[in-house]
Design a protein around this ligand. Structure first.
Ligand code: NI
Length: 137
């Protein structure tokens, strides 16, 4: 009997979406306001879902306090209140779209989750734009 537990966290970060291999005109069209040269911020909502069996001793799938701590220690402390393009190694050469942020967070957190558990990342950049990784189809 598998159960999913979900931890929700909030963080703020600045970014600029810009592909150096494309012209300024194409970038402006492709990324619209997120191409703004002087950066801008988002209030991100991150949901980390862990799926697994309930541990008979604890009654938990995973201790949510431990999950919270590792989300922050391994991922969000790198990004919260930072400029993703300028302040982070992860996005120095990677366009900080919500898609890429979700994959990066997954890859940072995954090694620290028990291998028998499944992990899913859901990232909300705005009320209307949400991405998920991996795809739970
Ligand atoms: Ni943006």
């Amino acid at each position: 009997m598998k159960v999913a537990v979900i931890r929700k966290e909030h963080f703020n970060a600045a970014h600029r979406l810009h592909n150096q291999n494309l012209s300024d005109e194409v970038n402006a069209k492709l990324y619209d306001k997120c191409n703004s040269p002087n950066y801008h911020g988002h209030n991100y909502v991150l949901e980390v879902k862990v799926v697994g069996e309930i541990n008979i001793e604890t009654g938990y799938v995973m201790d949510m306090k431990l999950l919270k701590d590792l989300i922050w220690d391994k991922a969000l402390n790198k990004f919260d209140h930072k400029n993703l393009n300028l302040d982070t190694e992860e996005f120095r050469n990677l366009i900080p779209t919500a898609e890429n942020i979700a994959v990066v967070v997954y890859n940072l957190v995954r090694p620290h989750i028990d291998a028998k558990h499944e992990l899913f990342i859901r990232l909300q950049e705005t009320d209307k734009n949400i991405v998920e990784y991996p795809v739970n189809a």
